[in-house]
Design a protein around this ligand. Structure first.
Ligand SMILES: Cc1cc2nc3c(=O)[nH]c(=O)nc-3n(C[C@H](O)[C@H](O)[C@H](O)COP(=O)(O)O)c2cc1C
Length: 212
């Protein structure tokens, strides 16, 4: 079995984390770097990650996250927050950054910028948010794999009140909406009903259709 597959077998949505065991900062940094490097549609990176370690803030978040204990038993909490809309300013900022980093402009790239500018900003904000949130989910998937590769436990969570979380973190004023949260930590020695349960997935035959 490849190392990656072994790591993914080891990973599970941890239900009980050990509050006495903190994830070393360099591991958290590598997980965040993996998310920063992952793919997004048109490279717009239309979401941000908020890294919450403050215990009081995490207590407040736990209260609006179905009281899921991992929020405070983990040592770090990642909040994936998508842009609430695509604006010309946001699109231009990413294209300008690319041009400046690459030290060149390119006719095809500029034509693509104009295409996105004509396509995205006129659309309803909700449709643009939904598109941005899909990119955030790619970040969540990347974080899950990166955490497993670091032998760090994690729990992806949609079980929270996004409007309440946006309020706690002041996201609305920044044009962001929370999508998924992910505590990072280490599985507790006991008290996790899921840790020894078999990982259940549909068979490959029922999951992959081959068109030969
Ligand atoms: C987007 C998303 C949201 C989830 N929300 C929660 C959650 O709020 N609480 C929780 O304990 N698990 C949550 N899960 C974990 C899933 O239930 C879990 O990944 C799934 O049952 C497969 O099990 P495994 O990850 O342990 O292999 C979520 C998973 C994803 C991908």
């Amino acid at each position: 079995m490849s190392q990656l597959i072994e790591q993914l077998q080891w990973r599970y949505a941890t239900k009980k984390m050990n509050p006495a065991k903190a994830v070393p900062q360099e591991k958290v940094d590598r997980i965040l770097e993996a998310v920063r490097l992952t793919a997004t549609s048109s490279g717009l990176q239309p979401y941000e990650v908020i890294l919450v370690t403050n215990k009081e803030v995490r207590e407040k978040i736990k209260a609006i996250a179905w009281n899921q204990a991992q929020v405070t038993d983990g040592s770090h909490l990642l909040v994936f927050a998508a842009w609430d809309n695509y604006t010309a300013e946001r699109i231009n900022a990413m294209f300008d950054l690319t041009n400046s980093e690459r030290g060149s402009t390119n006719e095809g790239f500029e034509a693509y910028r104009q295409k996105l500018l004509s396509l995205y900003p006129p659309r309803p904000a909700e449709e643009n948010y939904a598109h941005a949130a899909r990119q955030a989910y790619i970040g969540v998937g990347t974080a899950l794999i990166a955490a497993a590769a670091e032998k760090v436990d994690s729990t992806p969570m949609e079980g929270f009140d996004p409007a309440a979380l946006d309020e706690i973190l002041g996201l609305k004023a920044r044009g962001l909406r929370s999508v998924v949260i992910m505590p990072l930590g280490y599985r507790a020695d006991e008290g996790d009903w899921l840790v020894n349960q078999k990982k259940v997935r549909r068979s490959r035959k029922d999951f992959v259709t081959e068109v030969r």
